[in-house]
Design a protein around this ligand. Structure first.
Ligand code: VGL
Ligand code: ZN
Length: 181
């Protein structure tokens, strides 16, 4: 069984948000179509308290319940079966969807007999990368859908390095996938 994991596709990571991936909006229609190909769609949300050590490194973003924490209205979020919340404590970054605190992602994937995980979303260099590395550590066959992923591009080269790190760890990078309907 395969599952789609959409990482942090939230308003604050889109243009106009607090910590935007410049091309974030472009992935929304791709993700909408992609969801139709999966029977099990999971989405993670960065879900921070107002005060957290995380905001010593980053501008305040995705504060739980805020507009910035919500899915963009253009995302067909009714097709999401399970929402994970991560970064919920004030002592951690919670970059990886495997650090979700409302459910154990590994338990859910094992229960649903998921062996192949398709990852997309925001942002390539941080939460997508960390999620992919954890998925591989947890022995899932891990694919990253490049056309449905966007980087925050904080420094030149960061994004390329993230792709290389995921590839070197054993992820399959799908860079020309066009959703099938
Ligand atoms: C993220 C920086 C801080 C992400 C989250 O979703 O990639 N990046 N918090
Ligand atoms: Zn964050």
């Amino acid at each position: 069984m395969k599952a789609l994991l959409i990482v942090d596709l939230q308003n604050d990571f889109l243009p106009g948000g607090a910590l935007p991936a410049p091309d974030g909006n472009k992935i929304i229609p791709v993700v909408n179509t992609l969801m139709e190909d999966f029977h099990f769609v999971i989405a993670s949300k960065d879900w921070h308290p107002e005060e957290t050590v995380h905001f010593e490194k980053w501008p305040s973003h995705c504060v739980k319940g805020s507009l910035g924490s919500k899915f963009p209205i253009a995302l067909k979020s009714k097709n999401i079966d399970l929402v994970l919340r991560k970064g919920t404590e004030n002592t951690d970054d919670g970059y990886s969807a495997f650090e979700a605190t409302n459910v154990s992602l590994t338990d859910v994937l094992h229960e649903r007999e998921v062996s192949e995980l398709y990852v997309c979303g925001l942002t390539t260099e941080y939460c997508v990368k960390q999620t992919v590395l954890d998925a591989i550590k947890n022995k899932f066959k891990t694919f990253v859908i490049k056309t449905a992923t966007a980087g925050v591009k904080a420094k030149p080269g960061d994004e390329e390095n993230a792709w290389k790190e995921m590839y070197d760890a054993g992820a399959v990078i799908l860079d020309d996938i066009i959703p099938s309907n």
